[in-house]
Design a protein. Structure first.
Length: 458
């Protein structure tokens, strides 16, 4: 998808509310909460004594050893409830990660972030994973200061009775509120959803997807689907052992997720299906690591295709079939929808003949922002800009590559036109990864608090 993903884990720490019934790991197992310790990222963290600098350097070296370009880094902070950690730990953790990308230690976080703007390995996006009840206004502000561009919220389900049953410790309204303030701050929002939880059934799980993408209080930009797994040492394991709970079988999960996918709009990206837990750690539940592929086959057998971004993006489609890139076949697609009390515009460049998406931009009309930068005058904000395909090193261009051909600039120009002409707003913001700020400055944007902004002229 055009970038190199570097996932780094925090040190073991209990969640503030306690432990959910299905949740493995935690300090007693010397693993971050909700991880078994046998996931690749968790094993890398343990090997490096949970030092973010060493984890990041180790992952960069691994990627380079297998031929990956590491110019554009999508940095993901995993492990428990990151935003509940003390602010000093959060800042130390992020600084160590950025120092590793810069391959140079800085005196403080601000210096590290500034240095990364022109580093060899630039942080084009930073993701924090957390719980909805730990993403209040102050958590959003702290995350923005750290350089975050995306939040992954452990929603798990949209049913309060199930949240109560699994001892989740938050409500559906917490999820609604966290989603809204994240979007109004310019952040991208990814949901983690767990089909097959205690108290759910096939119809409730299918209906949950209908509500998530039909009810404007939700509508995340991305989603991860994690079928509930039974892992030894959890409270759910005890329920399974006593016969109180049955996990989804692989066959049932395939059919269920295939039906759920039918409700996913074209402006959503399904980031992942199935957790990265080794099969030998799963007592009951889906043990197939290629679950996404099996779901695709199930849909194809019934004459259906997933319409999510990932299933149509040029990089993934070119692995399955020849994709021809002719500029005359590429057209703008504009989808407008209401989400979290605001209007969202999903702009994309697509080849309609081959049903392929080349790049896209998320534009939001700001109405209820708490950030002072966004309250000064009427404005809109670019929450995401992405050109897909194989990662091309910064400053280079290839005949066959998609990146660095001007598609990003086209999307921004169209966003500027929509902002000015359709919404009559003269100021456009962007929440940029620290390593992409130089790109936006060249297009006339200037630093404006944690954002960049531009006054538009007719």
């Amino acid at each position: 998808s055009g970038v190199a993903v570097v996932a780094i884990m925090t040190s073991p720490e209990s969640c503030p509310h306690g432990q959910c019934i299905p949740c493995p790991g935690g300090p007693k197992n010397n693993t971050p909460q909700s991880y078994t310790g046998y996931e690749p990222a968790a094993m890398r963290a343990l090997l490096n004594n949970f030092d973010p600098y060493l984890q990041t350097r180790n992952r960069l070296e691994q990627l380079e050893a297998i031929g990956h370009t590491t110019d554009k880094i999508d940095l993901i902070l995993m492990g428990g409830t990151f935003t509940s950690r003390i602010s000093e730990y959060q800042e130390w953790f992020v600084k160590r990660c950025i120092d590793a990308l810069n391959n140079k230690e800085s005196a403080d976080l601000n210096t590290a972030k500034k240095r990364n703007e022109k580093a060899q390995s630039r942080c084009i996006g930073l993701t924090v994973e957390t719980r909805p009840d730990w993403f209040r206004l102050q958590n959003v502000d702290q995350s923005l200061y750290l350089g975050a561009t995306r939040v992954e919220l452990g929603i798990q389900t949209i049913y309060d009775d199930i949240l109560y049953k699994i001892k989740r410790g938050h409500t559906v309204m917490d999820s609604v509120y966290a989603t809204k303030i994240a979007k109004e701050s310019g952040l991208k929002v990814c949901y983690h959803i767990m089909p097959g939880l205690p108290g759910s059934n096939e119809q409730r799980d299918i209906d949950s997807f209908r509500f998530i993408f039909g009810d404007s209080r939700f509508k995340p930009d991305m989603i991860k689907i994690y079928p509930t797994l039974v892992i030894e040492g959890t409270a759910l394991y005890e329920k399974w052992k006593s016969g109180e709970y049955d996990a989804l079988t692989t066959k049932k999960a395939i059919k269920l997720i295939a039906k759920m996918k039918e409700y996913v709009p074209e402006w959503v990206r399904i980031q992942r299906i199935q957790r990265d837990v080794p099969a030998n750690q799963i007592v009951s539940g889906v043990k197939k690591s290629n679950l996404r592929q099996l779901v695709e086959q199930e849909m194809e057998e019934h004459g259906k295709r997933c319409r999510c971004i990932r299933c149509r993006e040029i990089g993934h489609k070119s692995l399955k079939e020849p994709v021809y890139l002719n500029d005359e076949d590429i057209v703008f697609s504009v989808q407008q929808y209401t989400a979290s009390d605001g209007i969202e515009i999903f702009l994309s460049l697509e080849n309609k003949i081959q049903d392929t998406i080349i790049g896209y931009l998320r534009l939001r009309d700001i109405n209820f922002a708490h950030r002072f930068e966004l309250r000064k005058e009427p404005c809109m904000i670019i929450r995401e800009l992405k050109v897909l395909g194989r990662e091309i090193p910064i400053g280079q261009k290839t005949d066959r590559g998609i990146q660095h051909r001007g598609y990003g600039k086209e999307l921004i120009r169209e966003a500027e036109r929509i902002c000015l002409e359709d919404f009559d707003k003269k100021k456009l913001f962007v929440l940029s990864g620290m390593g992409v700020k130089e790109y936006y400055r060249k297009l006339g944007f200037s630093d404006d608090g944690v954002y960049l902004s531009k006054y538009l002229k007719s």
